[in-house]
Design a protein around this ligand. Sequence first.
Ligand SMILES: C[C@H](O)[C@H](O)[C@H]1CNC2=NC(N)=NC(=O)C2=N1
Length: 99
Amino acid sequence: MTEKLTDSERVEQIDPLLANGWAMTDGRDAIHKTFVFKNFVEAFGFMTRAAIWAEKWNHHPEWSNVYKSVDVTLTTHDADGLSALDAKLGAKLDTLAGG
Ligand SMILES: C[C@H](O)[C@H](O)[C@H]1CNC2=NC(N)=NC(=O)C2=N1
């Protein structure tokens, strides 16, 4: 069972993401970020690369795409909140986006 992050784990694993454009989601134990790309194809290519990692790790984002923007929310449904998988995937998304 995937465990929800403790307070000290959040400082270590989530705070760096918050410092890199992620934000806590109101009303949910989740983080979100909007990625903006040069165009739709770049945005969709990011989603394609991210999907491969999400499937590899069996941990999937909640996301939507409008033209060159991709809105991403990360939380762990099995834990009903943030887990280490969200931190790992969030960092990977930043890397894939070139952030
Ligand atoms: C059965 C369960 O859906 C799977 O273990 C995975 C699939 N992808 C997932 N993704 C996310 N974000 N949270 C989960 O709890 C989760 N569970």
